[in-house]
Each structure stands twice: as C-alpha cells, then as structure tokens.
Design a protein around this ligand. Structure first.
Ligand code: XIL
Length: 864
C-alpha cells in the first residue's frame, strides 16, 4: 500500500476511536466526540449516517424553478422544463431554459439581517454557495475538535426553505485556515486534523449540499504546485486523498476542483488540465472543475477562448461550471457609464460561453450587489456585481440574462452599448412612456432574444416608449443611436427615434435621431446620430413615436454608443509610408503591401526578442490621469500562431518607465484587432510610446490601422509644478527663515521628499507660488503628504493671498497631526479668490519651532 493509503487507514481508525476529543463548551458549537456516538462513528466511515435533514433530500423538483433540487447523481428525476415562461426573466429563469443554474454566494449574517438581500436571492437565483461559512477556519474557529456549524446551517435552512441547492465551499484550501493549522504541526498531526475536518464536514452537510469544492486553488499562477501546508507535507498526493476521502463519506456528492485564473488558456489552466488528467488516470473521484471567474475586465478571455478551454476539460469527461463570477471594471477607461457597459458585455460573454458548452452546469456569481463584495477590500474600490449598492439592476444584470438567453453579443469592434436594459428580456426597468399609454413585456415578438417592449394605448402620434439616458451622456459629445421598431394595428407608418434634451436655463429641444418606414411584418432598425449641445445638460431621453394614435409600437434593442474622438496617431494607416514609426528594440521596419485595409501596413523584421516591435511617440497627445482607447490591427508571419500585444511605455518624472499592457490577442497569420484602454498615471508625464510587440524572436510582426482617442479627460492637471521633490526644491522657497532641501532620508512617493529645518517659529515652512496657475473663483482639491522630525505635531497648509497688490490674507486649506514614523495626508479644498491674484503662496507650517517638517507629493487639481 502506498504512503497515502496506509496513513489514511491509520488516521481513520484514530478518528473513529475518538482521537483527542475536547470537552464541549456549550453554545451552538459541538465537539466531534459528543455529536458522534461510537456506532455512528463506524457508520460515518461507511458513509451511511442519517440525520434530521434526510426528509429534505427528497423534496420534489419544482417545475417553475428548474435546476433546483435537480442534483444529478442523487437519484432524482430531472426537472421538467417550465410550462409557462415569465414576462421578465431573472438570471435563474433564463439559465433554466438551458437546464443550467444561476447561483449566488451568500453570507449568513446578511440573510439574517437584511430582508431585501434574502428576498432578492430567493427570487433571482437557483442555487447558493456559502461565501465563507463552510470554510475550515469558520467551521473550527478556535481549536481542534470544536465545531461551529451554526452560520453554515443557517444558510442551509434558508436554502431549503426556498428550495435552492447548496454547493459546499470549500474543504481543502490554503487560506482561511484555523489558527491551529500552523507551520509547526507535524505532518501526521496535519493529516489527522485535515482528515477529521473533511470527514466531519462532509458528513455534517451530507444531506444539505449536492457537492463540494473539495480542493481549492492548489495550483500557483505559474502552473507549479502551490506552496501550502498540504503540499509542503504531502506533495500533490493530498489532492487525490481529499477527493477519495470526501467520496468515502458522501458517495452522492459531486466533487469539484476549484481555481481562479484558469478560465482562458495559459500555464495555470494547462497545469490544472494536467492535474485533472492525472487524477482521472488514477480513478480519483473528481466530477468537475469550477472556474472561479474573478475577472478584471482588462484581461478577459474572448468567447471562443472560454468555450474552447471549458470544452477541453469537458472532453476529459468532467463537468464544468463558473463558480465565483465577478468582473472588476475600476481600471478600464472612460466614463462610469462606459465601464458598466463593458462589464455588461463580459457578463453576457461568460453566460454565453456556458450555454455553448454542453458540460457546463451553470454559473455562480460571488454575491450580487456591489454593497457586499469581497472585491473592494481585496482589489480596491470597484463595482463588480449585478446590482449597485442600492440594489438597483446594473447593465451587467441585463447582459447576464441576455447571455443565458442567447441574445447576440455586442459587436466588439464598436464602442460598447451604454443602454443596460436594451433587449428587454428581464423586465421594463429604465423604460417609461412619453405622453399617455401603457408599457408591457411583449412575449411573442422580439427583434433578438425572446422579449420586446409593447407601448399600447397611445393617444397621439408623438407618444411612445421612452428611455432616460441622462446619466449615460455628456455635453458636446456625439453618439450612435439605434432602435428596432415594429407596429401592431397598422400595416405601415413612419416612425421616428427622437431625443428630448433639456439644458439649464433653456427650453427643452427635440432632436430627430432617425426616421424611417416601419411595418407590422418585421422589426426595422432605425439608426442615426445624437449630438448633445455644449450646455449644462439637465436631462436627455430617447423615445419612439410617429404612427397614428391607437397603433401599438413594439421596440427592442435600443443602442447608444459613444463616437470616438479624433485619432491622436499621426500616421495611423501607412498609406503614404511609415513616417512617424520606429523600431522598438532591435527590429527593422519597412512598408508592406500586405495590409489590413488600404494599400500599406508596417512590418517589423529581424526582431531579436518578443518585446521588439514597432513604435510611435504619442507624448504630445496624451495627458496625466486621462484615459484613452487604443486599438491596432496586427498579425504575425513566420509562426503557426503567436501573441500580438499593444503596449505603452510611460515615462514619469522620477520613476522607472512603466509598461502598460493595453491589449493582447493571438494571430495565426490573420489580421486581429488588439484594443484596450491606456490610463495614463497621475505623474509628471515625460514620454509615452505606443508599440506593438509580443511574438517570439524572429517572427515578423505586421501592424495597421492604429487609433488612440480620448475616453476621459481625467482629473485635470496638477497645478503644483515640482510636487515630488525628486530633483530638488526648485519652485519652492522658505516661508520665513528656514533651511529646505530635497532628502532621500524619507520619501512618500519616489526617492525623495523636502526637509524643512531650522524653523524658529511655528508659522515658518516651505511655500510655492501659484500666481498664474489658479483660475479666480475655481475650487481645487489638495492632497499632500507630511511627516515631522520627531514625536507628533499639528501641520497646516495655508494660502497667503492678495488681490491687485492689496493686503495679504491667510486662508486655512488643510490640517492634520503628523508624526515621525508614518506619512500623513493633508487633504482639503482651496478656493481661489475671485480677483486678480498678485500673491498666492501655498505653504506648510504649524509644527512648533525647532521641529523639522518633511513634505512630499503635493497635488492640487481643479475639482470638476
Ligand atoms: C473570499 C470571500 O468572498 C471573502 O469574504 C473572504 O474574506 C475571503 O474569501 N476564492 C475563493 C473564495 O475560493 O472562497 C474567496 O472568497 C475568493 C477567492
């Protein structure tokens, strides 16, 4: 018998004889020895213990909630497809159309304390996963053999009350472990604890969960075996052992391997694939793979890549599912409306991928509201889920439902559609009527998907269905708008897509966006441009109108897309040579007649490394903190398939060059578009070079049709010139008699800060003049970082100002108590006096005489 097998036998015997049970300490917690009698212990080992939850196991499957209670492998008949379908789909009713689940991670405390939270889960999802409550640490919070099942049981109770299957998460994971799983445990003790944990946990929830994430995140990002207490002690063997043990205790449970960063191709996904092959070869009882799906929208696999990757696991005979979906969007560019529109596309893509893979069982989102997501505390503030913080449905919600229903994906070569509820599959949110009439979900006729919107009871030709777009648009911009329209009650008529626009201090105006003949035989797409005036926009709505009173208007697929701003690339298409472009690293550029469009493209040959390629300087066109959409068409020759990458090298004063990956794709000799966002950092920008790179050395790289256009102007420039003191204190002067210098002894950002010494009064400090930098009457947000030499002291930033050479006045801008050990931020608002400023000195002061002040990263930007 191998090492694992013999130890398994030994330790199960130890467990069955009640190894080192601790005394029960009351409360809801239970001790192993107390809950299991000796005969039960024996039964447990055979996987036959029964408990009070037996009765719940055989609940019938509810036809209107397909997928629920439908636990393959637990001997239940599959659920029938729903007889009547809802007017408005939810994620679960949409997923159920293809017999899949739309599950959600839940927290016991929120189910108990927030009725709206609990109700939303019950009404919209078809399965739950405890977000934390079934993990090892939460189950055994204080010491070995002492169990705290209360919170997890309460989730099970909620799920059973609503007939929602529960996915067990997770048995063996390197994270959220009990404190007693420490490095100094012997291998044997670690094994005993782990086995007790698996046996006890699987047994306790045996009637409650349909399956388990048995092993979570065992592979590191580079594809090697992740270093964890388990791999350190037992190598890869622990994985097979955990599956076998879980199977021994609950023969009916579906057993999954679960991991993140394996949704597309790559070394980690390959490594998990290899692991699955090895487990299956050894007849380890693994049923499927959970792809966590914690995505950053910037690095999201294409639909084809998701489908092919899921399919290769399915081809091993495994089930697949997306187990923890959320999509971070904070780091993609443009307006918030655009970010949420991109997020909608990605949710739709993941659901569409699942539907395309027969072995895909469903998707679980890791929560549902941005009010409660692990993302904010792990990755920084973001909006990763389906509902906003006030539980309002976001575009992502509608995209997710669309994906389940097979609504066509948004065209990736266009700017994203800003309208959330465009296809009207999930209800009428966002829609109202212009004038009189009633709206209803049209369940018989649709342009795409299964539903459209019917506006009936129209009392005049100018009335019709209306969608407010105020929050989606900005003054002065132009948008492409479109709407599919069909009639009921007249054979044909002219219909219009009209915008109703109000600017502050002016009468509302109507702008005809599109107009055309429509009929009762089919949907007709009306498309045109919406251009907003350069005014203080109060409200904008789009609506359909035109046909006579009494004729119903059916509408579907409202589109609203930003038109890109001018291209900042000087020579974007190589139609008259390769001027403005240069080789990036060793590489020779020449004009190629093999082009993506027109007659010319550029080709880089003689590349000696994957980062070599073709570059252009865009420094003059871009600004700090602004974001840009960048796109290029690329292809390779001389390789079967290789990656093509669009990158920006950004040089900031006082910092090493940053390489910002804008986008990447794979070319197998064909032209592919690579696009993404370039967010220029908050720094003094010295150079920005955009370049194509990626394929292996020796592979020729072609580039054509490059564009770079502004998405979002960012926060405006920092009006403080030398803000980081990286090369001295130029632009600053002593306020009073002080000695100031740049020092590397302490630094907040970069390598240096300003040290202000020799102070003989508390008002003395370091100042910079903002004369000529401030707009009279405008407000500016100040952020500056400070320390003091010793102890702790108050510090202020103050503005000394004078109008037209008159008397000086002093205004407090920001204050804090700073110390000598950490950097403290001073934050405040500076309002520039509404006059001709002849003095405007911003200075730091306040610490007692003799105390040194350190100052760094002084940023003063106009507030929007
Ligand atoms: C996260 C939870 O959401 C957080 O509340 C907790 O603090 C940490 O764990 N991969 C997993 C999940 O498998 O269990 C993790 O959940 C997120 C990453």
């Amino acid at each position: 018998m191998n090492r694992i097998g013999s130890t398994l036998r030994v330790s199960l015997v130890a467990l069955a004889s009640g190894l080192a049970p601790a005394a029960c300490q009351g409360g809801v917690d239970v001790d192993t020895a107390e809950e299991l009698g000796s005969s039960e212990r024996a039964l447990l080992l055979l996987g036959h213990q029964h408990d009070q939850r037996d009765k719940d196991r055989d609940k019938p499957c509810k036809p209107e909630k397909p997928g629920k209670g439908n636990k393959p492998g637990k001997g239940k008949p599959p659920c029938a497809e729903p007889v009547t379908e809802p007017a408005a789909f939810t994620p679960q009713t949409a997923a159920a159309r293809s017999k899949r689940h739309a599950g959600v991670a839940v927290q016991a405390s929120l189910l108990a304390s927030d009725a709206a939270y609990a109700q939303f889960v019950a009404d919209h999802f078809g399965q739950v996963t405890p977000e934390n409550e079934m993990k090892w640490g939460p189950l055994q919070p204080d010491r070995p053999h002492r169990w705290s099942f209360g919170p997890a049981d309460s989730i099970v109770d909620f799920a059973q009350a609503h007939e929602l299957p529960v996915r067990g998460h997770t048995l063996i994971w390197h994270s959220q472990l009990p404190a007693f799983i420490s490095d100094d445990l012997s291998d044997l003790r670690l094994r005993l604890y782990a086995e007790e944990h698996v046996v006890r946990t699987v047994n306790h929830f045996r009637k409650d969960v349909y399956g388990w994430d048995v092993v979570n995140e065992a592979i590191a990002d580079d594809g090697s075996l992740r270093v964890s207490p388990f791999s350190e002690a037992f190598g890869e063997h622990y994985i097979a052992h955990a599956f076998r043990l879980a199977h021994l205790i609950d023969r009916d449970a579906k057993l999954y391997y679960n991991d993140y960063g394996i949704e597309g191709f790559g070394p980690k996904s390959d490594a998990v694939y290899g692991l699955m092959e090895r487990l299956l070869d050894r007849r380890v009882p693994v049923d499927g793979v959970g792809f966590q799906g914690h995505f950053d929208a910037r690095f999201m696999p294409s639909l084809d890549e998701l489908v092919s990757n899921f399919q290769r696991f399915a081809d091993l005979g495994l089930k697949v599912n997306v187990s923890e979906l959320d999509v971070r969007v904070a780091r993609i560019g443009g307006s918030k409306a655009r970010r949420l529109a991109v997020q909608k596309q990605l949710y739709q893509r993941v659901a569409a991928a699942c539907v395309q893979v027969e072995a895909c069982e469903g998707i679980t989102t890791w929560g549902f509201t941005d009010a409660h997501s692990w993302v904010d505390s792990t990755f920084g503030a973001d909006d990763p889920l389906l509902l906003d913080e006030s539980y309002q449905k976001k575009p992502a919600y509608f995209g997710y439902v669309d994906g389940w229903l097979g609504v066509p994906l948004d065209d990736p070569s266009l700017e994203p559609n800003l309208i959330g509820n465009s296809s009207l599959e999930a209800g009428l949110d966002g829609w109202s009527v212009m004038g009189a009439g009633q709206l209803s979900s049209e369940t018989e006729l649709a342009h795409t998907g299964l539903r459209s919107l019917r506006a009936g009871g129209r009392a005049a030709s100018w009335q019709g269905p209306r969608h407010d777009v105020t929050a989606l648009v900005s003054a002065g911009r132009t948008y492409d708008a479109s709407l599919a329209v069909r009639l009921d009650g007249a054979a044909s008529a002219t219909a219009n897509l009209t915008a109703h626009i109000s600017c502050a201090g002016a009468d509302a105006v109507f702008q005809q966006v599109a107009s055309g003949a429509v009929s009762d035989a089919a949907f007709t797409v009306l498309a045109g441009e919406l251009t907003l005036p350069d005014c203080d926009v109060q409200s904008v709505a789009l609506y359909a109108e035109g046909p006579a009173a009494g004729v119903d208007l059916l509408v579907d697929d409202l589109g609203l897309r930003e038109q890109p701003l001018p291209n900042l690339i000087g020579n974007p298409d190589f139609e008259s040579g390769i001027g403005g472009w240069f080789g990036w690293g060793p590489s020779t550029l020449s004009l190629s007649s093999d082009s993506h469009s027109g007659a010319g493209a550029v080709v880089a040959t003689g590349r000696s490394d994957s980062w070599n390629g073709v570059a252009t300087d865009v420094t003059a066109g871009v600004a700090a903190t602004a974001s840009y959409r960048a796109s290029a068409w690329m292809k390779v020759s001389g390789a079967a398939a290789d990656s093509v990458v669009l990158t920006a090298a950004v040089g900031c004063a006082g910092a090493a060059t940053q390489f910002v990956r804008v986008g990447a794709a794979t070319s197998a000799g064909e032209w592919v578009e690579v696009s993404g966002t370039l967010a220029v950092p908050n720094c003094v920008v010295q150079s920005v070079v955009l370049y194509g790179e990626g394929p292996a050395a020796g592979v020729d790289l072609y580039l054509d049709d490059v564009s770079l256009s502004l998405l979002d102007a960012g926060q405006g420039p920092n009006v403080v010139a030398n803000s980081g003191f990286e090369s001295g204190v130029d632009g600053w002067f002593g306020f009073g008699a002080v000695a100031a210098e740049a020092t590397s002894a302490r630094a907040h950002g970069g390598d240096r800060s300003a040290r202000i010494g020799g102070r003989t009064a508390s008002w003395q400090g370091l100042a910079t003049s903002l004369v000529g930098q401030l707009t009279p009457g405008a407000s500016y947000a100040l952020s500056a970082w400070a320390q003091v030499g010793d102890g702790s002291s108050p510090l202020n930033m103050t503005l000394q100002s004078a109008c037209d050479g008159g008397a000086e006045s002093y205004t407090f801008v920001a204050g804090t108590t700073a110390n000598a050990a950490t950097w403290t931020e001073l934050q405040g608002t500076l309002v520039a006096p509404s006059c001709n400023l002849t003095t405007a000195n911003l200075y730091i002061e306040g610490a007692p005489a003799g105390v040194d002040i350190y100052l760094d990263d002084v940023v003063l930007r106009p507030t929007p």
